[in-house]
Design a protein around this ligand. Structure first.
Ligand code: SAH
Length: 364
């Protein structure tokens, strides 16, 4: 059977180059050869690790924040708990443990997991079976009509982006095609295109790359619409920046940087999230928007120090050191504390979400 790379090369030779978002979607999610569709890449033995795999405190404290919103809403009898891209199910497992400590909450919630990858779904089903999760290919089929509590960690950065390059007289799209030797290569589209970019982008020097995340914006728009209408809280955690400028596409294999075009389907691909674009979309669609706030600051405000102290009490020194190192990695600015940021969406007029200050609401 041919590999994804072979099939892709044949189709590029036949039909010409494709936009980067199309390439990313294939490389990550193609049913027969996509990276997420065929592997369980997360954790020490995989290609990369994530906050919930580093410390249980991450999921627990996001759970505390969701529980706070449920209490603020007056303990509704029904809530819809959603995770997008749950990976190995670790975040949700830790989060639900925290929610179980809040009387009445566990019996109010219905768990919905949005996960396109069949192999990761199998892992999540096993890990979370006692909570009877329902699976979805996209948020569109998750029910509405009750407050939404939603988390997503390192999911938006895996959604495809397009890239444009500043050239004399406008912008040209960066495409994935073939070089003279038949290998995958970046090529520039032959013609310039019209795009809707922030005004300042017109002054950027020739050669500058900008990234457009339409799929991310569409997803955040849908979350904002739901939170704005039904109430609740969405916590979106990712690494990113404010604005679209710069080529941030990167590939990872076995915890090391790799070539994004190397054997598609065998490397993880991601690109920085443009939080400025996302918060704008979210507000337009009727949500109140907080952040992006550094993950470290948020976890500290939610009480990660106290939680860690409880966790290590009475444990052997080696276990203690490991737990402490995990928390340091999540919180310290030079580790993940600042690079990872949290955007929070609530209904307009609702109290600020736990860990955010009222004056941190973004008002455009
Ligand atoms: N949240 C997990 C996993 C992050 S990896 C953690 O923190 O460990 C990215 C996850 O997003 C994987 O589960 C992947 O299959 C999923 N994913 C990829 N594309 C997606 C999409 N369009 N919608 C929802 N999830 C997606």
């Amino acid at each position: 059977m041919s590999t994804l790379a072979e099939r892709l090369r044949a189709s590029l030779a036949r039909e010409g180059p494709i936009p980067l978002d199309r390439f990313m979607a294939l490389a990550l999610l193609d049913r027969r050869g996509g990276y997420y569709a065929t592997r369980t890449p997360i954790g020490a033995a995989g290609d990369f690790t994530t906050a919930p795999e580093i410390s249980q405190c991450f999921g627990e404290l996001l759970g505390v924040a969701l529980a706070r919103t449920w209490l603020d809403l007056g303990r509704p009898e029904r809530v819809i708990l959603v995770e997008l891209g749950p990976g190995r199910g670790t975040l949700m497992h830790d989060l639900l443990r925290a929610l179980r400590g809040v009387p009445g909450l566990a019996s109010a919630l219905a768990l919905h997991l949005v996960e396109p990858s069949p192999s990761l779904r199998a892992v999540q089903r096993e890990r979370l079976h006692s909570y009877a999760p329902r699976f979805h290919d996209s948020l569109a089929t998750v029910p509405t009509g009750a407050p939404l509590l939603l988390v997503a960690n390192e999911v938006l950065d895996a959604l495809p982006v397009r890239q444009l390059v500043r050239v004399e007289g406008g912008w040209r799209e960066r495409l994935v095609g073939l070089d003279d030797d038949g290998r995958l290569a970046f090529v520039l589209a032959p013609v310039t295109i019209r795009v809707d970019l922030p005004d300042a982008a017109g002054d950027l020097p020739i050669g500058t790359v900008v990234e457009l995340g339409r799929a991310r914006e569409a997803l955040v728009a849908e979350i904002a619409r739901r939170v704005g209408t039904d109430g609740g809280l969405a916590l979106l955690v990712d690494f990113g920046r404010l604005g679209p400028v710069g080529d941030s596409l990167r590939a990872v294999r076995a915890h090391a940087a790799a070539d994004p075009l190397d054997e598609p389907g065998t490397v993880d691909l991601a690109a920085d999230v443009d939080f400025a674009a996302l918060r704008e979309v979210a507000r337009e669609r009727g949500a109140a928007v907080y952040g992006p706030l550094g993950q470290g600051v948020l976890l500290e405000r939610l009480g990660i120090g106290l939680r860690l102290a409880r966790l290590v009490a009475g444990r052997p020194a080696a276990v203690r050191a490991q737990l402490e190192a995990g928390v340091r990695r999540l919180v310290e600015p030079e580790a993940m504390g600042e690079r990872f940021k949290v955007l929070a969406l609530t209904a307009p007029g609702a109290p600020a979400p736990a860990g955010f200050l009222a004056e941190e609401e973004w008002r455009g």
